[in-house]
Design a protein around this ligand. Sequence first.
Ligand code: DQA
Length: 146
Amino acid sequence: MKLLVINGPNLNMLGIREPGIYGSETYASLVQMISEYCEQKGIEVEFFQSNHEGSIVDRIQEAYGVFDGIVINPAAYTHTSVAILDALKAVSIPAVEVHISAVNEREDFRQISYAGKACVKTYMGLGFNGYIEAIKFLEDYLQKKQ
Ligand code: DQA
């Protein structure tokens, strides 16, 4: 299984940004945690983080025919980006949406997820563990699809 993990804007600031909401662990430690899990499971994983919507769209398009699954936390673009939704639909690679915080318990403007409409599953409010749950889900989902 070849997996792409995409993180959107401001997630490079993990550990600094609003630690009461997102915790005190950094983006580098998130990458390390996921890498260790994937190594144990024999999953090939690549990471992409960008603060730019078009760069995320480009990365999703480039994933076509290369990756078996995508784990994506589009961050603020979750609630605004039809372009990311369309890119996920265009490549039709099974994707799982992750949010570190419990977005369903937050502001009204966070209650819509465009990207989520192209995802087979969403995990929220589990902290970094949501990414691992997303990978586990994809392992199972892709195995059943074969
Ligand atoms: C987030 C939730 C979004 O609403 C927010 O804009 C983020 C992070 C999360 O992981 O909880 O940047 O996606």
